[in-house]
Structures are given as structure tokens and as C-alpha cells.
Design a protein around this ligand. Sequence first.
Ligand code: HH2
Length: 287
Amino acid sequence: MKNPEVIWKARGRRLDVSRRGMVMGILNVTPDSFSDGGRYKDPARALEQARRMIAEGAEIIDVGGESTRPGAAPVGAEEELRRTEPVVAALREEWDGLISIDTTKAAVAEAALQAGADIVNDVTGLRGDEGLAEVCRRHDAGVVVMHMQGEPRTMQADPRYVDVVAEVREFFEERHATLTGLGIKEERLCFDPGIGFGKLLEHNLSLLAELEHLQVEGRPLLVGVSRKSFIGKVLGCEAVEAREWPTVALTAYTRAKGVRVHRVHLVKENVDALRMVEAVEGVMVGK
Ligand code: HH2
């Protein structure tokens, strides 16, 4: 069957992504993110950007207080909390959509969930902070489990795989078994191959080419390609602005390959790409 039912649950919400993909808008409240560092570190500015992305069709806002770009300096929990918690709380006050917290730390996730976040997006796939799985379980949070080889500081030094697609798939299978064993319900899980996280250009391209082989236990896939450096490598462009349209092209491509959640900076153009692919595939019901 071309479109089996795909449901993702996050706290009290049930997201039916069987027929429609969703855009997750990136809100980096950091001074040093690779493409927008410093722009939204003031909470009022961050909220303005969130409103803009929501008006353009973002259904999830992903709030992040620590850059994961290669070589980025780690941030303590207290500072990360100080950056993210007020933004999550203020956004929750005025918006009923989905809020995700992009963190590797249990304390930051706990505060964000208490402030009304729905999803925990962890680039370590819940292998970093031992307490994070329990926080996710207790709050019945949606969980994005991302694959990364190594850790952000050194991950691009010398990533190696025998078969990157098989290894990422095995990682998803292992995480699915481990996390459900820890009491996180399967319906909460969403998997992400972690484009650019401990991967060379050829690894990123192989993963994108074979996304259909990464679907595990019917769980939805998320991808984040927005403005990433592998686009610059393919096209020979350094400027991040020159990577927006290639990002849109990849959103269409990855949606056609079955991805359901697309983590991007520029919202409207990527939402339009999803709706066009869904129209062509004849899977769009209603809007
Ligand atoms: N990429 C980044 C950060 N978080 N989370 C998921 N699930 N998937 C991704 O691909 C992903 C992510 C890196 O991008 P960005 O947030 O734009 O930059 P920075 O980490 O420098 O803040």
C-alpha cells in the first residue's frame, strides 16, 4: 500500500502524517548557530520569528539553545535553560501548535516540557544524558531520535562507515528496541538519519538516496537538510543564502521518498514544495 497510516503522538496530541508532511521551523536561540547564530537570541525577536514561521505554515517550532555545528563550544544546562525556557513558555501562551525542544540534556527537556513543549528532539538519539529517556517517558513526549556518529566537536574529523544506510537503519532498530524497553511508547518515536552529523558528502547523499530503507516499524522519518554544508559542497557555494532553493528541492525529493517531517529555516517555500508533491502523488485529501 502506498500510504499506510502513520501516526505520531506527542503528549496529548495525535498527528496523522499519513497523507501530509509537516514543516518543523527552526528557532535557534543561540549566539553561534551556523546559519542564523545571534539573530534570535533576544526572546522578543525569537517570538517574532516563531510567529512568522507559523504564519507561513510551520506546524512544529523547534527551539534550540545549543549549536551542534561541527566544532561548536558546549553550553551548560543552566545557560541553555535560560535561553530556551522563556521562549517555549511565551510561545505556549499564544500558540496551540507543536513545540519541540532541541536538546541533549534532561534538565533542559524537563523545563521545556513543563513550560508546554510537546516534543524532545535529541541529536544524540537519547544516548547522551542518561536521564533524558525517563523525562520523555514521564511526560509522554514525542521524541525525535537522530543518528550521529561521534559528537559535535569532532564528528566531522574522520567519519567512517562500511555501509552507511545499513548502519543507520540498525541504529534505528536498536533505539526502537531500547527505548520501548525503557517504557517510551512506540507511537512517540520519530527517526532522523542526522544529515551532516558525523557524515561525509557521500554518506549524506547515500542516506538521502535510500530513505525508503530507513523506515523502521512504520515510524515517521524526519530530515534536516536546511542550508547544510553538503549542499555547498555539491554546488560549490559558500553563502548559506545560496542554499535555500536547493533545500526546497531536497524537501520535495525527500517528501516523495516518504519523509513526513522536514526541519527547515525557510518555511513557506518548503511547505509549498510538500503540497505540490502531495498533489502530484494524488495523496492530498482536502487541503
Ligand atoms: N540539525 C541541526 C540541529 N538539530 N535536529 C534534528 N533532528 N535533525 C537535524 O538534522 C538537526 C537537528 C543543525 O542545524 P541548525 O539548528 O540550523 O544549526 P546549529 O546546530 O548550528 O544550531
